[in-house]
Structure formats: structure tokens, C-alpha cells
Design a protein around this ligand. Structure first.
Ligand code: PEP
Length: 251
């Protein structure tokens, strides 16, 4: 299985010109992209223009969120049908959505189902708080998975991507210990096996996310359970992200 590298740009950069410059640099430095799959998740307002930039490359685009309904009185929201001509993926259940915007698992589950209906692959994020980590409470990530995947069929599971993103490791100087990330992702895989079957669990793409940078990416990718990385802050710094991708490509 190819390693998957996803860049979550969050609410960055401040202008379309800067967004274009990042993609230009990535294209120039990395194409042809061999040995990895690469997905960029910029703010939705840049998708149209960036789609033109990556259309003829193997770089794919994802959204950072989408509403669970297709249209309606939901001021400020964006729906899957509005963005699906540009994206094949959508990040759902990111801890910033869960914490800041109080999205619960019931809502995240509706978003997952609606994305799948439109053939857009959810990149489903789960992770525990620092308190839960200190208490050794692993049930929390299993519970998130169980609730977020309610009514997702085995067939639709083939489209899912997962990210283990411990909340305490996001946007920090250092991420989680790679062995710890490996162990938690192993637990997620076991949970998927128990909800579905072993074969689906083995094939599930489960990434680590949380303060990954060019000096730590290899340690995560070397872990047997880790199928790739979801990169936040370092993904909008073109030189750093290019280095992360090169390391993942074995260059
Ligand atoms: C993220 O936002 O998904 C993330 C992992 O952020 P960072 O890499 O900045 O910790």
C-alpha cells in the first residue's frame, strides 16, 4: 500500500496568490510523484482555482469540512454537492471541529454518510484528549469510530480514510511518540475488524496526525500500523511540506 500524505491547510494562507504559490512549488519539486499518494486540503474558497492547477497531476484535493445536508437554511455552511466537482475527499471529525464548533459524533456520522452518498471519501479523524490519554482511556477513540461509522456499509468502508489525531499532539512542538501512535492505530484497526472484518481492517488506510514535520515524518512512516500522515501546520510551509513528501517518497 502506498503511503498517503495529506496536507490540512486549515484557515491558511491568507490569499489565493499565496495558495497558488504553495502548489506551484510543490508541483515543481515533486512531480512526477512516485510511491506516495498526495492530497491537499485547502480552504474551500481556493478549491476552484487550485483544481485547475492540479487537474493534470496526481495531486488530489480534499475539503476540510462539509455540512451533512445538501442545501438549506444553514448560514455560512458549504455542502458536498457544492464542492464535489473539485474534491474526492473531505476531512470530517477534525478535533478543531469537535472542540471549537462542538460537532458531536451523531453529526459527524451524518456527514460521513452524506459524503459517501456523493462518492466523496471521508478522511475521518478521531483522537483523545490529554486527560483521556493520561488515564489510559482508549475506549474514547473506539467509541468515536463506532458512532461515526454507524450505518456505513462494508462496501463504503473501502472509500474511507482514517486519521488518528491525538488532540494533545496537534499544533505542538512535538507530536506523539511514534510507538504510541502505532499502538493506538493498531487498536483502531482491531476495532474496525470487530465492527466489520479482519480483511477490511488490514486494508483500511489509517494515518497519524499531530505536529508532523520533516524531521519526524520518517519515524511515523516506519511504524508498521501507520499508513501515512496528516500534516497541519507544516503543510502550508512549502519547503517543509516538500521535504516531508520527499522523505515519504524515499528521496
Ligand atoms: C491537523 O490539523 O490535522 C494537524 C495534524 O495539525 P498539526 O500538524 O499542525 O499538528
Amino acid at each position: 500500500m502506498k503511503k498517503l500524505i495529506i496536507g490540512n491547510w486549515k484557515m491558511n494562507p491568507k490569499s489565493e496568490t499565496e495558495a497558488l504559490a504553495i502548489v506551484e512549488k510543490i508541483k515543481k519539486a515533486l512531480i512526477p510523484i512516485v510511491g506516495i499518494d498526495l492530497i491537499l486540503c485547502p480552504p474551500a474558497v481556493y478549491l476552484d482555482r487550485l483544481y485547475e492547477e492540479v487537474r493534470l497531476t496526481s495531486i488530489k484535493l480534499g475539503a476540510q469540512n462539509a455540512h451533512e445536508r445538501n442545501s438549506g437554511a444553514f448560514t455560512g455552511e458549504i455542502s458536498i454537492p457544492m464542492i464535489k466537482k473539485w474534491v474526492r475527499y473531505v476531512i470530517l471529525g477534525h478535533s478543531e471541529r469537535r472542540e471549537i464548533y462542538k460537532e458531536d459524533d451523531k453529526t459527524i456520522n451524518k456527514k460521513v454518510i452524506n459524503a459517501l452518498i456523493h462518492n466523496v471519501s471521508p478522511i475521518l479523524c478521531v483522537g483523545e484528549t490529554i486527560k483521556e490519554m493520561r488515564m489510559g482511556d482508549n475506549e474514547v477513540i473506539i467509541k468515536q469510530l463506532r458512532e461515526d461509522l454507524k450505518l456505513v456499509s462494508p462496501k463504503d468502508m473501502e472509500k474511507m480514510i482514517f486519521a488518528y489525531e491525538p488532540i494533545w499532539a496537534i499544533g505542538k512542538e512535538r507530536g506523539a511518540d511514534p510507538q504510541y501512535a502505532n499502538q493506538q492505530i493498531g487498536l483502531m484497526r482491531q476495532a474496525i475488524a470487530s465492527f466489520y472484518n479482519r480483511d477490511l481492517a488490514i486494508r483500511a488506510r489509517i494515518l497519524y496526525g499531530g505536529s508532523v514535520n520533516a524531521s519526524t515524518v520518517k519515524d511515523y512512516l516506519d511504524q508498521p500500523e501507520v499508513n501515512g500522515v496528516l500534516v497541519g501546520g507544516s503543510s502550508v510551509v512549502a519547503a517543509e511540506f516538500i521535504q516531508i513528501c520527499k522523505i515519504a517518497m524515499g528521496k
